[in-house]
Design a protein around this ligand. Structure first.
Ligand code: PGA
Length: 280
């Protein structure tokens, strides 16, 4: 596992966007070889999407041969509701870039058969060749996608009832009225994200500091589902200073001492990112 610590959320967004750009470009995708990205919604990745749009407009990256799979979607929220993840992704990212809409996959929380929808989502990921890079965020309770505390660490895409902490955290998007927050969502499982070739998790803010501590300093625990990624070969966590507040000084010092290596990971031109997973 790598922990990249940046001074603030803006620099986290920039590092993440540069990394996604580099991964896409290094893979040199084309009509016979798409790059497959897993994507999150929420306030944390918003800055990364802004930066990716900027890099696309500057000609630094293209999404023409990129397929995307989003992590989750609310159940029974109309697709054009401003808090639906369809709306979020279209307005904050997809409509500004050159992705072919048919390659941008989001679970349909209004599907007549939700179980079948989840099953076919897994099949679509498989048919795309699996996910090359899954980008994720977490909740203050350590959930990844909507894999609430207690979720199976080998879970796959399914219908999930949201935890009280998540309803409270998301009420801010629904006029601070918790009654308006959908109670269920479709979500990829921890196992779905674990199956990606690489996982990049963005964590910012002091309200997520305890979750980051649980994610990296304690053992794998299904009550903090993000901790499962300790057992993934290629996990990158990108966080800001505020999110490190509950970590031990020696943990922070260890990863900060690697900051030169982390800078090289987004600037190295010799297309051998793989080496950064061999030499820590
Ligand atoms: P946030 O949500 O980025 O809006 O904090 C993340 C999450 O709950 O998974």
């Amino acid at each position: 596992m790598r922990l990249v610590i940046k001074d603030n959320a803006t620099l986290v967004a920039e590092w993440a966007a540069k990394y996604v750009t580099k991964k896409i470009n290094d893979n040199n995708p084309g009509p016979d070889k798409y790059f497959v990205l897993g994507l999150p919604t929420g306030s944390t990745p918003y800055g990364m999407y802004q930066k990716l749009i900027e890099y696309y407009k500057a000609g630094k990256v293209s999404f023409k041969y990129v397929k995307t799979f989003n992590m989750d979607e609310y159940v029974n929220l109309p697709r054009d509701h401003p808090e639906s993840y369809h709306w979020y992704m279209w307005n904050n990212f997809f409509k500004h870039i050159d992705i072919d809409p048919k390659n941008a996959h989001i679970l349909d929380g209004n599907a007549p058969d939700l179980v079948e929808e989840c099953k076919s989502y897994e099949e679509k990921i498989k048919a795309a060749g699996g996910i090359d890079l899954f980008v994720g965020g977490i909740g203050p309770d350590g959930h990844i996608a909507f894999n609430e505390p207690g979720s199976s660490l080998v879970s796959r895409t399914r219908v999930k009832t949201l935890a009280q902490d998540t309803l409270e955290a998301n009420a801010r998007f629904f006029g601070n009225d918790i009654e308006k927050v959908p109670k269920q969502a479709l979500t990829v499982g921890v196992g779905t994200v674990m199956a990606a070739r690489e996982v990049m998790i963005l964590i910012t803010g002091s309200h997520k500091a305890f979750a980051l501590y649980k994610a990296i300093e304690e053992g794998v625990n299904h009550m903090w589902t993000v901790s499962a990624f300790q057992q993934h070969e290629h996990t990158l966590i990108i966080c800001d200073e505020d999110a490190t507040l509950e970590l031990r000084v020696k943990t922070v010092k260890y990863f900060k001492a690697l900051s030169d290596v982390h800078s090289q990971m987004i600037t190295d031109d010799d297309q051998t990112l793989e080496k950064y997973w061999i030499i820590h």
